[in-house]
Design a protein around this ligand. Sequence first.
Ligand SMILES: *[C@@H]1O[C@H](CO)[C@@H](O)[C@H](O)[C@H]1NC(C)=O
Ligand SMILES: *[C@@H]1O[C@H](CO)[C@@H](O)[C@H](O)[C@H]1NC(C)=O
Ligand SMILES: *[C@@H]1O[C@H](CO)[C@@H](O)[C@H](O)[C@H]1NC(C)=O
Ligand SMILES: *[C@@H]1O[C@H](CO)[C@@H](O)[C@H](O)[C@H]1NC(C)=O
Ligand SMILES: *[C@@H]1O[C@H](CO)[C@@H](O)[C@H](O)[C@H]1NC(C)=O
Ligand SMILES: *[C@@H]1O[C@H](CO)[C@@H](O)[C@H](O)[C@H]1NC(C)=O
Ligand SMILES: *[C@@H]1O[C@H](CO)[C@@H](O)[C@H](O)[C@H]1NC(C)=O
Ligand SMILES: *[C@@H]1O[C@H](CO)[C@@H](O)[C@H](O)[C@H]1NC(C)=O
Ligand SMILES: *[C@@H]1O[C@H](CO)[C@@H](O)[C@H](O)[C@H]1NC(C)=O
Ligand SMILES: *[C@@H]1O[C@H](CO)[C@@H](O)[C@H](O)[C@H]1NC(C)=O
Length: 768
Amino acid sequence: MIPEVRNMWIYLILICSVAANAVLHPRSAVPLAFSKPPSSAVDYVNPFIGNGGVAPHSTGGMIPTVAPPFGMTRWVAQTRKDWVSVNPYNYTDTTIHGFQATHKPAIWMGNSGQFVVVPGAGEVQSVFERRGMNFSHDDEIASASYYSVVMDATEGGTIQAEQSATSRVGHLRFTFHDTAAPYMLIEATRASVMGSADPTNVTYPLGSITVDPARREITGRNPEREDFIIGPNAAPSFAGYFCARFNVPFASFGIAQNGTNAENVTSGEGAMLSGFARFAQGTRQVTVRVGVSFISVEQARKNLDSEIPDGTTLEETAEKTRAAWADKLDRIKLEGASREENEVFYTAVYHALQYPYEQSEDGKYYSGYDDQVHRGDSYTGYSIWDTYRAAWAWQILLAPERIPGMVQSMLQDYMEGGWLPMWKNIVETNIMVGTHADSLISEVVVKGIRGFDLNIAYEAVRKDATVPPVDDWNITYSDRQQNVGYEVRAGLSSVYAQHGWVASDIHSEAASRTLDYAYDDYAVAVVADAVSQHDDAAFFRARSLSAPFSIFNNDTGFMEARMANGSWAGPTAGWTEGDMWAYTFDVLHDFGTLIERKGGNASFVAFLDEHFDGGHNDHTNEPSHHIPYLYSLAGAASKSQECIREVAKANYNNSVNGLSGNEDCGQMSAWYIFSALRFYPVNPVSAEYVIGTPFYDKVTIDLPGATKPLTITSTGAPSKPYVKSVTVNGRSLDTPILRHEAIASGGHIVFEMSDTPQAWGSQTLGAR
Ligand SMILES: *[C@@H]1O[C@H](CO)[C@@H](O)[C@H](O)[C@H]1NC(C)=O
Ligand SMILES: *[C@@H]1O[C@H](CO)[C@@H](O)[C@H](O)[C@H]1NC(C)=O
Ligand SMILES: *[C@@H]1O[C@H](CO)[C@@H](O)[C@H](O)[C@H]1NC(C)=O
Ligand SMILES: *[C@@H]1O[C@H](CO)[C@@H](O)[C@H](O)[C@H]1NC(C)=O
Ligand SMILES: *[C@@H]1O[C@H](CO)[C@@H](O)[C@H](O)[C@H]1NC(C)=O
Ligand SMILES: *[C@@H]1O[C@H](CO)[C@@H](O)[C@H](O)[C@H]1NC(C)=O
Ligand SMILES: *[C@@H]1O[C@H](CO)[C@@H](O)[C@H](O)[C@H]1NC(C)=O
Ligand SMILES: *[C@@H]1O[C@H](CO)[C@@H](O)[C@H](O)[C@H]1NC(C)=O
Ligand SMILES: *[C@@H]1O[C@H](CO)[C@@H](O)[C@H](O)[C@H]1NC(C)=O
Ligand SMILES: *[C@@H]1O[C@H](CO)[C@@H](O)[C@H](O)[C@H]1NC(C)=O
């Protein structure tokens, strides 16, 4: 998925002299040599992977944050003011302006209820430009659970910052060397660039701040939600609340507003508002724990006391968060992978377990859909157009304990707001097309997971498939269109009234919508069967099979958008972040018919060759992700095996530029994880995976839901890309398809590898 970039940025080609792996010790210490194998796979995580890039859309868009898996708040050094399409940490920057508690799930989304903890020494500087401190990447340490950096204090001396975090509490420690008297400032509100990437269009969210010297606390509230302008939910009471508690008494304190400091003032309300506390000259170290809440300051304080109680050291917090990552990452053991492959792989797993993030706290959550606090679990940060492809399948395998709560959370969104989420960032944002929550729910159902209300689930997905959005005939629902209701299946009215397609003269992205809605219909049919609504199932299944081919142009052999009157709209109209090449392969649930329409296996394979040889595959965006696996479905598995390795090599590495496209809440990484493991969920709701090619000699996975480990051996794989045979628990496999049960319940899968193309799964190719 590509971020919105409205401005004409001049992208500087930056020459990065920094080594690929930027995980280093601070200046006072010796470089951290990776000479021996790490004690945990967590040590392979390199949070800088995917942070570089010359443009927001040609980068992973990832930032070096600390938080546990699915943590509510992620903490990051702030090197620039973030807004839509701009991250708070940019690898090319040389100054740090504080440490931000961020709720921005992806580079192209807005932040929500964020705030910044700013250390300093001497005169209190609240203005962003004046509070920046020089730093060098040589003085940074970054890991999944701990981050440290040394900065030059503005009036001389240095400040070392260290941070870790639990889901709802940040733990920060600042050590002052040869500085003026230390202070800490917390910025609650700032001038904001709301809902737009135009930095000159500024608004002023009104928040509040309270300084309480007796409790050594600074508390506050920030209602900023940059995405408020898109999406149907006003969420009027939304705010991020915080309660920061310091371990050192305040020598003096005050409030700063719009660059002016007011001494001895203990509370304030309004725009561009910060609170500060100074510490006695000579104070060497200040530790602050910061509870975060979407409910209230009292709840933020409660979160602080329950997650990081008084007396807890930063080391203890970092150890706890490291253990939370180790609990996931150490379940997977790779043999025969290089250092770089280990870093790419485990960082991918770390990326794929960040979103969606916890929005509930203490068994309650603020819902922006009905502006109430409810009991229950809740999650937000759902980029479902991206993540339904493989990220969700990976979370089902590695975090099954979360899945019922995540599904129930989506059902709550439906009950409170009327619809399942598409791209929920606190509330719905209408970004991207399709109601792919249908796919998430269907995949869970077909994989046998329960623990949520299945009848409500069916009601919700059925509504997606049957109820068009408000004023469907009159609104185009273009990307980020403002002042519209829930987009859901925009153009569904055309599907009913015409012949099965979304009309390109009425709706944006009509061809992609047609194909996406068809797949979603298939998903809905699966859920219908699960609740014994077999007539509904037959209806949705039939529509899912006919709709894609209503836009297949026999004359060109490509999918093509159509107008309401049936005429073709031309090869470039109606696509969502892709083109006719990627989308002609987008019939995830019915490749049999697509292959037939393309003239059979041999001609489909030739078409795939043309796609790849012609440079049409664009792995930096999601519509291409499954295409390398399609050779296997047409009896040309050895070509999939070649292609997958090439895509992996060209698009993933362990540098700051190591992701060729946006991470998209874990989808970019999920492709790599499945591909490295050797299978991919081409059609997620089939509960089948298509076999690719193993990258390493052996993988052992201790899946949380399985009674025995899954071992996959493929001796020689690093140098032998071709598959000669596959056995699953001793039974040989003739087709390159693995059922979900064969993976989820553990067992032995054995690949026999070769350095030349093999006949296995490749009957279409004959002897090569
Ligand atoms: C980082 O900053 C540079 C210089 O302003 C900019 O060109 C680049 O696009 C930014 N990177 C990302 C990922 O936003
Ligand atoms: C920070 O770096 C800039 C540019 O290199 C330099 O001009 C400035 O003096 C530095 N400031 C401090 C406090 O070191
Ligand atoms: C400024 O941003 C607001 C909110 O995004 C938008 O409604 C308004 O049209 C923008 N104004 C200009 C001049 O771009
Ligand atoms: C902030 O201060 C500047 C001058 O220093 C002034 O121009 C501006 O209007 C102020 N903004 C607000 C929101 O008070
Ligand atoms: C703030 O209060 C303290 C203690 O009452 C007092 O000593 C100090 O002068 C006050 N500072 C200002 C700037 O008013
Ligand atoms: C929207 O479309 C409906 C149905 O075609 C029509 O009745 C209505 O007048 C239209 N509204 C506007 C504002 O054009
Ligand atoms: C396109 O080809 C299919 C399959 O051969 C056929 O059923 C269909 O009628 C053709 N459509 C047109 C408009 O010729
Ligand atoms: C169909 O509709 C399109 C777009 O409105 C128009 O350009 C075209 O002439 C129409 N074709 C026919 C055959 O009516
Ligand atoms: C095409 O290849 C697939 C996958 O190997 C196979 O299942 C199917 O039978 C083949 N179709 C024909 C017509 O040979
Ligand atoms: C890493 O991957 C990025 C993006 O795919 C690419 O631009 C860069 O050249 C690669 N670097 C290395 C060292 O392979």
